[in-house]
Design a protein around this ligand. Structure first.
Ligand code: GLP
Length: 238
């Protein structure tokens, strides 16, 4: 299986490239876009907001959402997506897990059923410092579908920068599972900054292991990794 590595050290050029991949997909008929949250996506979403692209005939499907944060909370992924994308670039239908639900387990099931009715043409992915994708923390089964997760301390710490204190960071989330993510036709993973080096090193040069969820991408046939980390531009074969 091949991972296409695009190593671009200039950050503006890196995001320009990410945008051009997305635009190309849209021009060639992609309809369902898997979207991600997190700081890594913010510059890409700015490109989208400032572009002439029209997504009103496309659908968006988000990876994950915190459990227990009201939608109106500025750090809910519902609010994040509105602020960075949807208020300016509305999609036809926008799918996001409902983090306000009284029954997160049921909501996860409902979301997975929705996902199975769609085919995601392009899935955007960031990566956690511990190698998580979506909110699939180390140890998550590669066969997992959408489920409720208890966030690790390292993830809560990493995300505390978006909240007043770490105590404000939710303890649970609903996330697409690893198997759900792997159903996407194409995946674009963006990793920027030194903190992501161990995860990308493992993806490019390590063993496939559930302890580092991102390494599952080696099993997918159509992945682009876009990074500023200075890894050598190449196609990586297993
Ligand atoms: C978050 C999200 C992920 C994201 C990752 C990295 O917790 N659930 O979807 O890719 O962690 O976030 P950032 O881009 O802010 O480093």
């Amino acid at each position: 299986m091949t991972i296409q590595l695009l190593s671009i050290q200039n950050i503006d050029q890196l995001y320009e490239k990410a945008f051009s991949i997305l635009k190309e997909q849209q021009n060639t008929g992609a309809k369902n876009f898997g979207l991600a949250t997190g700081g890594t996506m913010i510059p890409l979403y700015k490109y989208i907001r400032n572009s002439a692209l029209d997504f009103s005939h496309c659908n968006s499907v988000n990876l994950d959402e915190y459990v227990g944060l009201p939608k109106s909370h500025p750090q809910s992924y519902f609010s994040f997506m509105r602020k960075h994308v949807f208020n300016t670039k509305p999609f036809g239908i926008t799918y996001l897990p409902n983090g306000e639900t009284a029954n997160p387990e049921e909501e996860a099931k409902r979301y997975e059923t929705t996902l199975k009715s769609l085919e995601i043409d392009l899935q955007l992915l960031g990566v956690g410092e511990n190698g998580h994708i979506g909110f699939n923390e180390p140890g998550t089964s590669f066969t997992s579908e959408t489920h409720v997760v208890t966030l690790t301390n390292s993830t809560r710490k990493a995300n505390a920068r978006f909240f007043h204190t770490i105590d404000d960071v939710p303890r649970k989330a609903i996330t697409m599972g690893i198997a759900s993510i792997m159903r996407a036709k194409q995946i674009l993973l963006i990793a920027v900054g030194a903190k992501k080096r161990p995860a990308i090193q493992a993806l490019l040069h390590g063993e496939i292991t559930e302890m580092i969820p991102v390494t599952v991408l080696k099993k997918h046939g159509n992945v682009i990794v876009l990074t500023d980390l200075g890894f050598k531009n190449t196609n990586h074969d297993d």
